[in-house]
Design a protein around this ligand. Sequence first.
Ligand code: GLU
Length: 314
Amino acid sequence: MDEVLLRQALEFGKPYTGKGEVASYIPELSKADGRELGICVKTIDGEELHCGYWQRRFTIQSISKAINLAMALEHHGFDAVFLKTNMEPSGASFNAMSRISDSEDIPFNPLVNSGAIAIVELLVPLGLEYMLSAVRGLCGDKYITVDEDVFHSEWSHSARNRSLAYLLQSKGLINGDVDETLRLYTQLCSLSVTAESLANLGQLLANGGVQPETGRRLLKEEVVRTTLTMMLTCGMYDGSGEFAVRVGLPSKSGVGGGILSVVPGEMGIGVYGPSLDRKGNSVAGQKVLEYISRREKLHILDRYAQRTVPTEQN
Ligand code: GLU
């Protein structure tokens, strides 16, 4: 991959910015410029490529759910985490009430709002400062902070998430203070990142949880494996199936316009494009990733096919 390809991918994606809308259910997010598009790639060998608005700061939103899942797995283990959510794609919108409103069920997966809110309860004892410093480390970006304007904007328009949180409490999936869990969940959605921060995180995940430059392990191998599997099957909400066919990379989107994508064993990719489709995924960002995946044969199943050599007939 080279910068020419990235530029071509961005040119391919640009017309699609006009086919979506910036998020407005969190009023502060409606200030973003939907025409912006940027990408950053970091390979595990330390090569970096970038193009467009790759340094624009935006809020991480739902991409935090992948980090929260990894952190909860690190600190509490697989069984404790998956007592709170299942591991199934929901086929429903990101903030759906379905499934947990049935009498005994639990959220579909950790990457939809209901599952993510349940999991953040496990992170409350760690606290915001600890999480902030962990996210800075995982994203290799010491400038990440809570964007207070976005936080307050979402906090004062959080009726839906609040309803989900109380429903979770009624099912025994939140046992502590609902307000505290919801506050931390919303703060973690309001962390300001760039496409580069996401590419750094992707690079770490692509390298099995070990920082390539330092050789330091930041996440356990099985934590990375579980997180990437959830991203592959559930990371793009009710667009996860089609995205898996078209792009075929573990990815997580956020309504701030970011997409984190991981090419296991090779590279991390961060994309920014705040114009969203109706499912809440960056409309041009998905096109950019599809272009790159096709041109470079990055779809994880394409790569498997490349390794399969025809057998000799006798
Ligand atoms: N903070 C947003 C919410 O909870 C995140 C949604 C998203 O990025 O998809 O509604």
